[in-house]
Design a protein around this ligand. Structure first.
Ligand code: SF4
Ligand code: SF4
Length: 187
């Protein structure tokens, strides 16, 4: 009988000990938040997803060259005479069409090294940190603003210009055909 009441007391005291902690926390401010409805403010220099403002990109490739994991792929095509690509917002003249600009963010280590050498400050870290994907290839972000047709056109224009230049060079290098009726000059 004594054993019976002891067990009841032990059960009750165990519950009360646990509830003491619960009651204590009812009266202290909560430290948890209702994520994702509520989000913690980010630190000022946080590194998250990269973004490239293509309006200001001059295709200089400096960001890609400095990337330690080679996750930036850039391809450019020279503009041809008569094409005006305009200027960037900090006044740099644009001369290259950027026909490929991809960042494989799955490889990115968020070192931010690509941001500093950019002469037009058009590649930067954003405050976007929720961009998980089910397929890995969806993390290869494409920033090019030209359409496929436009890219093809730019490449064709440049190839045509190069072919014309090569033809002119070849014509200039060709030796003049000797005139059989021309009399040899006296030396
Ligand atoms: S943050 Fe670092 S790893 Fe990511 S793209 Fe820029 S240079 Fe490459
Ligand atoms: S460094 Fe800047 S301007 Fe140059 S290719 Fe990269 S993003 Fe474009």
């Amino acid at each position: 009988m004594q054993e019976y009441f002891r067990n009841i007391w032990q059960g009750l005291s165990t519950v009360l000990t646990g509830m003491k902690i619960t009651f204590k926390h009812l009266f202290v401010p909560a430290v948890t938040i209702q994520y994702p409805d509520v989000k913690v403010p980010l630190p000022e220099r946080v590194r998250n997803r990269l973004y490239v403002n293509m309006d200001d990109c001059i295709g200089c490739d400096q960001c890609a060259r400095v990337c330690p994991v080679n996750c930036i792929t850039i391809e450019t095509v020279k503009s041809v005479p008569g094409e005006d690509l305009g200027k960037t917002s900090n006044g740099k003249k644009k001369a290259l069409w950027v026909t490929q600009f991809e960042i494989d963010i799955a490889k990115c280590c968020y070192c931010q090294l690509c941001v500093f050498p950019c002469p037009t400050e058009c590649i930067y870290m954003t405050d976007v940190y929720e961009f998980s994907e089910l397929e890995r290839e969806n993390l290869n972000f494409n920033f090019v603003t030209l359409s496929k047709e436009e890219i093809l056109q730019k490449k064709e224009n440049y190839a045509k210009l190069e072919a014309e230049k090569a033809a002119q060079k070849a014509a200039a290098a060709k030796p003049a055909v000797a005139n059989p009726e021309q009399k040899p000059t006296d030396n």
